[in-house]
Design a protein around this ligand. Sequence first.
Ligand SMILES: CC(C)(COP(=O)(O)OP(=O)(O)OC[C@H]1O[C@@H](n2cnc3c(N)ncnc32)[C@H](O)[C@@H]1OP(=O)(O)O)[C@@H](O)C(=O)NCCC(=O)NCCS
Length: 169
Amino acid sequence: MHLPELTTERLWLRPWQEADLPALLAMDGDADVRRYVSDGKVPDPTAHEKRLRERIRTNGDEGLGFWSVFRRARRDDFLGTVGLVRLTLYPGIELDYRYRAAAWGQGFATEAATACLDYAFRTLGLRELVALVYPENTPSQRVITKLGFMPAGRLRAGDADLLLYKLHR
Ligand SMILES: CC(C)(COP(=O)(O)OP(=O)(O)OC[C@H]1O[C@@H](n2cnc3c(N)ncnc32)[C@H](O)[C@@H]1OP(=O)(O)O)[C@@H](O)C(=O)NCCC(=O)NCCS
């Protein structure tokens, strides 16, 4: 299944393409962006590029995957990414997002996620989404709360003790 393009009032969400690799690698090379993502470390660029290429190849499988986020008026200026991922350490589909530091604090994460949630619940017909957030990641907890997710306990992921959130359709 191909992921559709999505739009919001200010944003254009386009499924990942290989052309996004330089922007994704630049964003993921920033320690501030990665502090509360995965294991909290900046990934090795070569291994990370391989993982991203594989993700791009399988993007849209089961209707899940990632979008690159741009302003509608600036379709060449990559802001960040939002996606739906099947978790391995918990039975559920996760809402996942991260943005270039220059794009923070403008409501983009919340706005793009709204379109992604609409796709997940209306188009895919999912009944529930989960989110995993580091306890120290206050901005992301703010985003997830604004979207309507409710706290649902904690989950151990490697060395991290993450907050688990759930949103029902
Ligand atoms: C978390 C992240 C996605 C938020 O993106 P964003 O576009 O700035 O989010 P929004 O502007 O939609 O909302 C951010 C909210 O956090 C609040 N916030 C920002 N910094 C904060 C801080 N240090 N303490 C408390 N609240 C903070 C903002 O005020 C805003 O809330 P408001 O709308 O009530 O004012 C972005 O910071 C990011 O990409 N971080 C790095 C990657 C990451 O952590 N991803 C999430 C993994 S779970």
